[in-house]
Write a protein that binds this ligand. Structure first.
Ligand SMILES: *Cc1c(COP(=O)(O)O)cnc(C)c1O
Length: 378
């Protein structure tokens, strides 16, 4: 029996070896390109692995106070924070634990720079260059609230600009370095005049660096050129690239219904709505070990969660053998944007969190029960 036959279900099972393989690629890039790479915690915050991750990366990127606190507690490295709007009642604490604070507007900069005077201050800008079609993941859409546009930047008082050490962009999502290339071209065209005055430039996340077809050489060329031309320190803050394909979600078949037009609905103990929300939000159809798209293999099924939401459907798949109650299904690439986004809608239990070490021993790091559901409700 493998680990995946033995863990309780549902469970996110994270493999240390796969995580470390990604981290090795990122460390090599940091060294060869002379840059710093941060873990975007909003994607993957399984702090059980922070002692491992901090051996490879330079720090973390947080979306606000809570993530920054988590990094301060468990990750020894630089602590960067960016939020579309910081709160007055949190900024002092943020200033105590973070070394880099990135504001989203001149208004926020003006309001809070005095609280964060000892931090390195950055401003998120919007190069207004979209490279993707997932509207909800496009910070460069015409109505975006994320980042300062050139028009406003160019009109800002000199005194405010002088407070800024760095510029921050984040416009990509699961993309290759060709998308970064055109983004940087737009960035330079619009903001090139100011880049040379900065100490650092943060190119955000969305770089799918650890994906097999990612062109790292091209990324290195872009970085080399930026460093030479503007003499700035370069940061990347990927989330997905760090834990890409490092974990799975293991689930058990609870019921196989009679077929409707040749396809049976199968109910499993994992839910798209609760445990893999990007399946519905993005949307996409996750891969299952041993399965293929509907029609490719002999037996077709539509998989859904045990919730009341009609749309809690993970997708249609085909298998070589008929599915039966008690069968296990293994959803691939479930370390990222899962634990950090899940919820207990319908009172569904959260999946257990399991770590598998390099000798294939597993540890149930966390298991959830009634009190975890209850304690968020009143
Ligand atoms: C989401 C986000 C990231 C990480 O993005 P990935 O797609 O997970 O690499 C980094 N920086 C900012 C500002 C983000 O919003």
């Amino acid at each position: 029996m493998t680990v995946l036959d033995r863990v309780p279900t549902p469970a996110y099972v994270i493999f240390e070896e796969k995580l470390e393989a990604n981290l090795r690629i990122l460390l090599e890039l940091q060294r060869s390109a002379g840059i710093k790479i941060l873990l975007a915690q909003k994607c993957f915050s399984m702090f059980r692995f922070y002692p491992l991750i901090e051996k490879y990366l330079s720090g973390t990127a947080s979306s606000g106070l809570n993530e920054a606190l988590l990094a301060a507690e468990y990750f020894h490295g630089e602590n960067h924070v960016y939020s579309p709007a910081f709160r007055a009642d949190e900024i002092e604490r943020i200033a105590e634990i973070c070394d880099h604070v990135v504001f989203n507007s001149f208004n926020q900069l003006e309001k809070f720079f005095y609280s964060v005077w000892h931090c390195s201050i950055g401003l998120r800008i919007n190069p207004e260059h979209s490279t993707q079609t997932h509207a909800i993941y496009d910070p460069c859409s015409p109505t975006s609230r994320l980042g300062v546009r050139l028009k406003e930047f160019a009109a800002a008082p000199r005194g405010l600009l002088d407070l800024i050490d760095g510029l921050h962009i984040h416009t990509l999502c699961e993309q290759n370095s060709d998308a970064l290339d055109e983004t940087v071209e737009a960035l330079e065209k619009k903001f090139g005049a100011w880049l040379g005055r900065m100490k650092w430039l943060n190119l955000g996340g969305g770089h799918h660096i650890t994906r097999a077809d990612y062109d790292i050489d091209r990324l290195r060329r872009i970085i080399d050129r930026l460093k030479n031309k503007y003499d700035v320190e370069i940061y990347l803050e990927p989330g997905e690239a760090i834990a890409l394909n490092a974990g799975v979600l293991v689930s058990t078949v609870l019921e196989v219904q009679p077929p409707i037009d040749g396809v049976s609905n199968v109910i499993i103990d994992a839910s798209a709505a609760c445990h893999m929300p990007d399946v519905i939000e993005m949307p996409y159809r996750p891969s299952i070990v041993g399965a293929a798209p509907r029609g490719a293999k002999a037996f077709d099924y539509r998989l859904g969660g045990a919730t009341c939401l009609a749309g809690d459907v993970i997708g249609e798949y085909s298998f070589d053998r008929p599915l039966a109650e008690g069968d296990r299904l293994v959803f691939e690439d479930m370390a990222i944007y899962t634990m950090v986004k899940n919820n207990t809608f319908n009172g569904m239990n959260l999946p257990a969190i399991v770590a598998v070490d390099s000798r294939n021993n597993f540890e149930i790091v966390r298991a959830f029960e009634y009190n975890d559901f209850k304690n968020r409700l009143s």
